[in-house]
Design a protein around this ligand. Structure first.
Ligand code: DC
Length: 205
């Protein structure tokens, strides 16, 4: 059986948490596609050409913790605007989406470009202030010393770049279900995503 759940949205809206929990609930594999761009951005910061960096990504480059910094996030957003970088990462993502047993992918262009045929498409959003506060708490929790204002400005810059780029910009698929998590707990957001998925599964038989 293949069954693909595509989860898109701006930075720190909660899509990663929702994706992880939905995948665990159904026993599906989960791919955080932002990690591919973060790993490419990291390699660019290390001096590699971004297109070569994307083409040569290996499992060891995807170790998540070192990639969760604002510096790497900005680099990811910059390399993600390059069509050749995106092209280098398409096949891996599509193959992942088609794996037997079901898959959840979260990112910016999953429902629009990577998996336009996905059985479930969610567009997860939250207000800028809520997203900044959540990301700030997460980074502080990891021992990073950042102001809330810096985190907010990082998110807004990335969202502007990710939305304005010509190649696979951040935007909801026409048939995406919106999930605004601004006033939701994690449990509520996950429950809403599970509900939408269960309905589609029942419809797909
Ligand atoms: O989801 P994230 O914050 O880890 O993503 C980091 C950057 O990678 C984001 O600012 C834009 C880019 N990205 C993308 O262009 N397409 C995706 N499917 C996932 C991430």
């Amino acid at each position: 059986m293949t069954f693909t759940i595509a989860i898109d949205g701006p930075a720190a809206a909660g899509k990663g948490t929702v994706a992880k929990r939905v995948a665990a609930h159904f026993g599906f594999a989960h791919l955080d596609t932002g990690l591919l761009y973060r790993a490419t951005g990291r390699r660019m910061l290390d001096g590699l050409d971004p297109v070569e960096a994307a083409r040569g990504l290996g499992a060891a480059d995807l170790e998540a913790n070192a990639l969760r910094t604002p510096e790497v996030a900005q680099a990811a957003s910059r390399v993600a605007a390059l069509p050749e970088v995106r092209a280098a990462l398409v096949d891996f993502q599509r193959a992942f989406a088609q794996r037997a047993g079901g898959a959840v992918l979260d990112g910016r262009d999953i429902g629009t470009v990577i998996c336009p045929e996905a059985e479930v498409k969610l567009y997860v959003t939250a207000s800028d202030d809520v997203r900044a506060a959540r990301r700030h708490a997460e980074l502080i929790g990891k021992g990073m010393d950042l102001s809330l204002a810096d985190v907010l400005s990082d998110l807004q810059q990335r969202d502007a770049r990710d939305t304005a780029r010509a190649s696979a910009p951040l935007k909801p698929a026409e048939d995406a279900v919106f999930l605004d998590t601004s006033e939701m707990s994690i449990e509520e957001a996950v429950a809403a995503a599970l509900r939408v998925t269960a309905e589609r599964m029942a419809a797909a038989g």
